[in-house]
Structure formats: C-alpha cells, structure tokens
Ligand binder design. Structure first.
Ligand code: HEC
Length: 166
C-alpha cells in the first residue's frame, strides 16, 4: 500500500514539471501574440478608440471591431470583432483562414505572409485569452448604399491618371 502511494506520489511529481512547462509555454505564446497583434497594427482598425487615444483602450474594448471603418469604390467595410471571430475557430482553422484571406480594403491581408504558422498560433492564443466581448460589427455595405458612420472616406480625384501597366 505504502509502495503504491509512493509510486503514485512519484508519478505526480514526475508529471508536475510537464504541467508547469505547458502553462508557461502558453503564457509565452499569449505574450508573443500580444506583441505581434500590437506591432502588426491590428488594433489600429479592429479596436474602437485606439487611434484617437494614442494607442490605448480598456481591455473590454480590445479587438472588438469597428475601430476604423472605410468607404470607397468597394463600398463600406467594418473591421470585424476578432474576439468573437476566434470563438468559432480552432487554432488550425484560424491559421488556414488567415493564409487564404482576401478581403476588401483596408485590411492588409498580405502581411500574414511574413508570419510563420507559430506566429499565427500565438496571435490566436492572445486574442482567445482576452475572452469574448462586444457585438458583431455591421456587415459590408455595397457601393452607393447608405452605410452607418463613422468611416474614413476615400475620395478619388477622377479617373486614374496612370493606368496599371502603363
Ligand atoms: C487598416 C485597417 C486594418 C488593419 C491594420 C487590420 N485590419 Fe483586419 N480588417 C479590416 C477591415 C476593414 C476588414 C473587413 C474587410 C471586408 O469587409 O472585406 C478586416 C477583416 C479582417 C478579418 C476578417 C476575415 C474574414 O474571415 O472575414 C480578420 C481575421 C482580420 N481582419 C484580422 C486582422 C489582424 C490579425 C490584423 C493585424 C495583423 C488586422 N486585421 C489588421 C481592417 C484592418
């Protein structure tokens, strides 16, 4: 009996460091994701009030979408609420989505090509760690249809002076 208990205790001790390593690894992943999201500029458009307050927002508002909306020849676009977005996805699905992503302006979807799958997993870990908050943003509004403000409007001077390929 004592032998069995000892064996059990040794078993627990042997597995304890593994648990500690896992949680510190995920803490590291979250911190690195926070860095990538911050330096990648995601808050600029996906966090309401971020630009107006010099790059600050309460935790409740972070990445809840509709920070900076855009209107132009593509219609009106609203950066989605990423905290709700990640709730529906596994890390694998998130990475697959970002790899295949093509959106209307002004989402700079091409920047993900500079990131490894590990980087994308860290971003997911950070956003997921914030928990769900906020509401879904307004859907994309096609050109020429009324769209709720605020948004930044791109005003073109007329036909393009230089056509692509010239
Ligand atoms: C300059 C503004 C801007 C920046 C910076 C930006 N986004 Fe976006 N993002 C948008 C807009 C606008 C949309 C919606 C585009 C549309 O409706 O087609 C969007 C859409 C998305 C989507 C939606 C994908 C889908 O499935 O529809 C994801 C995910 C996303 N952004 C993640 C990010 C991440 C992560 C970063 C930081 C690396 C980031 N965005 C930076 C403006 C931005």
């Amino acid at each position: 009996m004592i032998k069995a208990l000892l064996a059990c205790a040794v078993g627990i001790l042997a597995t304890a460091p593994a648990f500690a390593a896992t949680s510190s690894t995920s803490e590291q992943s979250i911190r690195r994701g926070e860095f990538l999201v911050g330096y990648g500029g995601c808050h600029d458009c996906h966090t309401p009030g971020w630009s107006e307050h010099g790059g600050q927002a309460p935790k409740d508002a972070l990445l809840t979408g509709g920070g900076t909306n855009f209107q132009g020849p593509w219609g009106t676009t609203y950066p989605p609420n990423l905290r709700l977005y990640v709730q529906k996805l596994t890390p694998k699905q998130w990475t697959a989505n970002l790899r295949a992503l093509k959106t209307r302006p002004a989402m700079p979807f091409w920047t993900f090509r500079y990131l490894s799958d590990g980087d994308l997993a860290d971003m997911y870990a950070y956003i997921r760690s914030l928990g769900p908050a906020g509401k879904p943003v307004h859907d994309w509004v096609p050109p020429g249809q009324p769209a709720p403000a605020p948004y930044l409007r791109l005003v073109l001077p007329g036909p393009l002076a230089v056509r692509p390929g010239e």
